[in-house]
Design a protein. Structure first.
Length: 380
C-alpha cells in the first residue's frame, strides 16, 4: 500500500496518510480552502507493505499540479533506472499510483450528501462557503420571476458561446495529440511495448518530438526491428544503444547490414582484436567510454606512448593503473631478455672454436640492451 509521510508538516495532528487522503488534502490546498498552511512541505512516498521509501520530495503549492498524485507520478516517471529488475519495480509502482488515483476519482463522484474531509486543526475558509451558499439562494430566488427567465436565457447563451469557442479551438487537436502521447508513454513504461509501437506507428513522423523518436526507436530496438529503428532515428543511434546495453550478438547482426565505424570498433574491442581497433581511431566518435576502450587497445597492443597521451585526457584511474602495470611488466620482460642473452654470450665468449657464435650472441645481447635502454628513456 502506498502512503505519504510528512516529517515536518502535520494535518489533524498526523504526519502519516494514505495516498488518497493526501490527494484530497492537496486538492483543497490548491483550491485555497485551507488557511494557515505553508507554501511547500517535504514528503516521503513509501510502500507500507514493504516498509520501503520510494521518493523523497518537496510539494509546492501553485506549481501546476492538481494534487500530490500528479507531482509524485511525474517525479517517478523521470527516475532513471538501468537494471531490468528496477525497471519492473518502477512500472509496478506507477501502476499502483494510477490504481489509487482511479479509485480516488471513483469515490469522489458527487453524492446527495458528501462528508467533509476537513482536518481538525486546519482552518477552513468558511466565508467562501457561506458566500457560495448565499449566491445560490439569490440565483434561485431571481429565477422565480420574469427577470429570472431572461437571466436564464442569458446564461444559456453564454454557455452556447463557450461551447462554440471550445469546439472551434485550433489547439484542440494538439491537446488531443498530447493526451494520446501521454497514453503511449504510459504503455511503454508499463511494459506494453506492442501497444506502444502500434500507437507510435499512427503518429506522423514529422510531428514526433526528439524524445518521441528516441522512445519509439528504443522500443523497436528491444523488439529487434533494427531497420525501422534506423528509419526513426539513425544507424549511429541504434548502434550506440545496442553497444551501451551490451547486446553484442544483436550488434553483430546489425553490423552485417548497417555497418558503422563505431560498430566495427566496438566489436573489435569486445572480441579483443585490439590491433584492428587501433586502426579505426580516426573514424569513431570518441565518447568517454570509447576513449577508455581505445586506451586499453593501445596498452594491449604495446603502444604505451599512445596510451599515455590518451590517458591524460581521460583522467581514468583504472587506465592509469593498467599503463603502470603494463610498463612494469614490459620493463621486467626486457630486463629478463638482457639477462638471458648475457648468459648465452658468457657461455661462448671465451671459446675460440665458437667465435662466430660468440659474435652473434654478443650482437643479440647488445640489441637487447639497446631495447631496454630505449624503453626506459621513453617511459621516464
Amino acid at each position: 500500500m502506498l502512503k505519504i509521510r510528512t516529517p515536518d508538516f502535520e494535518i489533524g495532528n498526523r504526519h502519516d496518510f494514505s495516498l488518497q487522503e493526501m490527494m484530497s488534502y492537496t486538492e483543497k490546498m490548491e483550491a485555497k480552502e485551507f488557511s494557515n498552511i505553508p507554501e511547500s512541505f517535504d514528503y516521503i512516498l513509501y510502500d507500507a507493505d514493504e516498509d520501503t521509501d520510494i521518493i523523497e520530495a518537496t510539494y509546492k503549492l501553485n506549481d501546476g499540479y492538481k494534487n500530490i498524485y500528479e507531482h509524485t507520478k511525474e517525479l517517478l516517471k523521470n527516475v532513471q533506472v538501468d537494471s531490468e529488475d528496477m525497471k519492473s519495480i518502477k512500472r509496478q509502482y506507477l501502476k499502483e499510483l494510477d490504481e489509487v488515483a482511479q479509485n480516488y476519482k471513483a469515490q469522489k463522484q458527487p453524492t446527495k450528501k458528501e462528508k467533509s474531509n476537513t482536518p481538525k486543526n486546519t482552518s477552513y475558509n468558511a466565508k467562501k462557503q457561506n458566500r457560495e451558499n448565499n449566491n445560490k439562494e439569490s440565483i434561485v430566488s431571481q429565477l422565480k420571476g420574469k427577470k429570472g427567465i431572461g437571466a436564464l436565457l442569458l446564461v444559456l447563451l453564454v454557455i452556447g458561446i463557450c461551447y462554440l469557442f471550445i469546439a472551434t479551438d485550433p489547439n484542440k487537436d494538439q491537446k488531443k495529440d498530447n493526451v494520446e502521447k501521454e497514453d503511449i508513454y504510459q504503455q511503454a513504461l508499463l511494459g506494453h511495448e506492442d501497444k506502444a509501437i502500434k500507437n507510435y506507428e499512427k503518429l506522423p513522423k514529422e510531428e514526433m518530438t526528439k524524445n518521441d523518436k528516441s522512445i519509439y526507436a528504443n522500443l523497436l530496438i528491444d523488439k529487434g526491428d533494427f531497420d525501422k529503428a534506423v528509419d526513426v532515428k539513425s544507424e549511429k543511434y541504434v548502434e550506440n544503444q545496442l553497444y551501451s546495453k551490451g547486446k553484442f550478438d544483436s550488434l553483430e547482426k546489425f553490423e552485417n547490414k548497417h555497418s558503422t565505424k563505431n560498430g566495427q570498433f566496438d566489436l573489435a574491442i569486445h572480441n579483443e582484436k585490439y590491433e584492428d581497433a587501433t586502426q579505426l581511431v580516426d573514424d569513431i566518435d570518441k565518447t568517454p567510454e570509447r576513449k577508455k576502450a581505445l586506451a586499453i587497445a593501445y596498452i594491449e597492443s604495446d603502444q604505451l606512448d599512445k596510451a599515455k597521451k590518451l590517458a591524460a585526457s581521460t583522467d581514468d584511474e583504472e587506465v592509469t593503473k593498467m599503463i603502470d602495470d603494463k610498463q612494469r611488466d614490459k620493463q621486467q620482460s626486457l630486463e629478463k631478455e638482457v639477462e638471458d642473452k648475457q648468459k648465452e654470450y658468457d657461455k661462448v665468449k671465451d671459446d675460440k672454436k665458437k667465435k662466430k657464435e660468440a659474435k652473434d650472441k654478443k650482437e643479440a645481447l647488445d640489441n637487447a640492451k639497446d631495447k631496454l635502454e630505449e624503453f626506459k628513456n621513453d617511459n621516464k
